[in-house]
Design a binder for this molecule. Sequence first.
Ligand SMILES: Cc1cc2nc3c(=O)[nH]c(=O)nc-3n(C[C@H](O)[C@H](O)[C@H](O)COP(=O)(O)OP(=O)(O)OC[C@H]3O[C@@H](n4cnc5c(N)ncnc54)[C@H](O)[C@@H]3O)c2cc1C
Length: 321
Amino acid sequence: MNKIYNIAIIGGGPGGIASAVESAILGIKEVILFEKGEGHSTTIRKFYKDKKRVDKDYKGQKVELNGNIYFCDGTKESTLDLFDKIIKENGLEVHFNTEVESIKKEGDLFTIQTTNNEITKAKFIVISIGKMGQPNKPTYPLPFSLKKVINFNANTTTDGEKILVVGGGNSAVEYACVLSQTNPITLNYRRTEFSRINETNQESLNACLTSQKVTPKFGIDIQKIEDENGKPKVYFTDGSEEVFDRIIYAIGGIAPIDFLKKCNLDLNEDGTPIVDDKHQSSVDGIYIAGDILFKNGGSIATALNHGFHSIQSIQEKLTRF
Ligand SMILES: Cc1cc2nc3c(=O)[nH]c(=O)nc-3n(C[C@H](O)[C@H](O)[C@H](O)COP(=O)(O)OP(=O)(O)OC[C@H]3O[C@@H](n4cnc5c(N)ncnc54)[C@H](O)[C@@H]3O)c2cc1C
């Protein structure tokens, strides 16, 4: 039987690192952390200028640290060094370059699927993905006038619209197959083989192609898109052209709110996840830490505290699991 982790942590920023470190300090074994970047703390690495001053009480928010990580005023570099050190010292199992695509609850366990199609099972989840995630965009320009009908999720489709779905991963195939029940769908992927999708999606895709519910445009790319009377006209690299009502790109990356929706979490009106005082979401066993809990900005110290409190609550539940 495959290994079952006690806790899977999604996101290797301050909230995720704190969750992993506090787990290790409490002696919780079988904890795994997934981070889509090449190293931990992608937000700090990417968005802070070199030598930037880092304030513990960021923007005047006074935060008393409750956990075991001694974070204090410093610089971008000293903050990254602190996180490097505690990750190493606590012997954490961290998987970098690994983006979590979906989390599904099956019975008492969660199944975590990554974009490179690895499956992991865990009893508890901490989501700490921050707010900086963005869907990937194509390299050619997208006409601004088509903003409403060129999307990066399937939240705004209407039945009957002729839709082009672009992408070759699980999300693209899921969008295409689900929408094909109510809409004429073309699926465009620049390769001919779908090597990154799971078995269930491969079977659904085969069925949709056999029943001609999904029209394939595989092994070709898109050259450019123009606005034709408010609709996207697509020029493909095989010389063909076609007008659609809507285009949905699923070519990697995901907006944090779409990730939360995919996990079936209940959200507040402002798009933040609903949690109880222990940071548990509407799904029993999924905890939330860090910036993703705020409409506007949190801080490193707040994210560290969220990680600490989430793990305290999970530890209590693990003893009863
Ligand atoms: C320019 C700037 C300056 C700031 N200055 C300060 C300051 O001086 N002091 C302070 O306290 N705060 C500061 N902040 C805020 C602080 O950076 C955040 O509050 C903090 O980083 C939040 O931590 P987090 O773990 O919630 O999210 P993040 O730090 O955003 O970390 C989330 C991590 O999750 C990863 N991830 C996302 N999606 C997935 C996925 N699907 N699978 C796997 N991994 C995923 C990301 O790559 C990222 O590494 C600043 C923020 C910015 C943008």
